[in-house]
Design a protein around this ligand. Structure first.
Ligand code: GLP
Length: 240
């Protein structure tokens, strides 16, 4: 793991954005893995700004998102499909984007289709956030490391953490579709971002804990090209 701790969050986000921008400039047909949550938003803002100012071209880039809630109405602002459009896609010239299908009537089919898609499209750089309980994508604690795209029952902790985006906890879906841990680990390069003190325990476990399904992110210790960008608060439990 290549761990970088930033005093300045703006610098963290600029550098993380440059990671993607440099790759896209060198590889116009890049295949990117993207993530949702509050953490990547400033990274996406940097990509948008760069696209506006420097005209970085995404017209041949493909993107694959990690996960999606099951059962939210299509026009709900918190579907990850809408999140990606609102926070990134509509501001850059990307044409081919994929987010797993959250249709509650097609769960099994959607998992197979998405896994098939990512098997046929080698993700080059996969962006990851981190759940406070160590989840990556929506792979909650105890998810097998060999899991492929699957349906998950969200942990109470995750639903409580994500309730801030909804009107009430009741509104937060109970299920999601997510790339599995094995699907994520197939990406050539991983970059995980975490900011804030509520991620400090998960960061500690991810870096120093035993590689165990109890902390899904601990598997990243075994990836051959994994970058971790964190701020001081997220790094507060590690002795550096
Ligand atoms: C969400 C997403 C994850 C994300 C994580 C952290 O539930 N499914 O992909 O990384 O939780 O979110 P945030 O960045 O808002 O803390």
């Amino acid at each position: 793991m290549n761990i970088r701790i930033f005093n300045d969050k703006e610098e963290l986000y600029r550098e993380a954005a440059n990671f993607f921008i440099d790759h896209v400039k060198e590889n116009p047909n890049a295949i990117l893995g993207l993530a949702t949550g509050a953490t990547p938003i400033p990274l996406y803002q940097n990509l948008i700004l760069d696209h506006k100012e420097n005209k970085t071209d995404y017209s041949k880039v493909k993107s694959f998102n990690l996960d999606e809630y099951i059962g939210l109405p299509k026009d709900h602002k918190e579907t990850y499909y809408n999140f990606m459009n609102e926070n990134l896609f509509k501001y850059i010239n990307i044409k081919e984007t994929y987010v797993p299908n959250g249709d509650p009537n097609k769960k099994e089919q959607s998992c197979l289709e998405y896994e098939n898609l990512i098997s046929n499209n080698q993700i080059e750089i996969q962006l990851l956030g981190l759940g406070a309980n160590g989840h990556i994508g929506f792979n909650e604690p105890l998810t097998p490391f060999d899991s492929k795209t699957h349906i998950v029952t969200l942990a109470n902790k995750t639903r409580e953490d994500n309730a801030r985006f909804f009107n009430s906890l009741d509104e937060v879906p109970k299920e999601a579709i997510t790339m599995g841990i094995a699907s994520i680990m197939k990406a050539k390069t991983l970059i995980l971002l975490a900011v804030g003190e509520n991620k400090a325990d998960a960061i500690y476990e991810m870096i120093y804990g035993k590689v165990s399904t109890e902390c899904p992110a601990s598997i990243l210790q075994t990836h051959s090209d994994c970058y971790v960008f964190i701020d001081r608060a997220a790094a507060s439990k590690i002795n550096k």
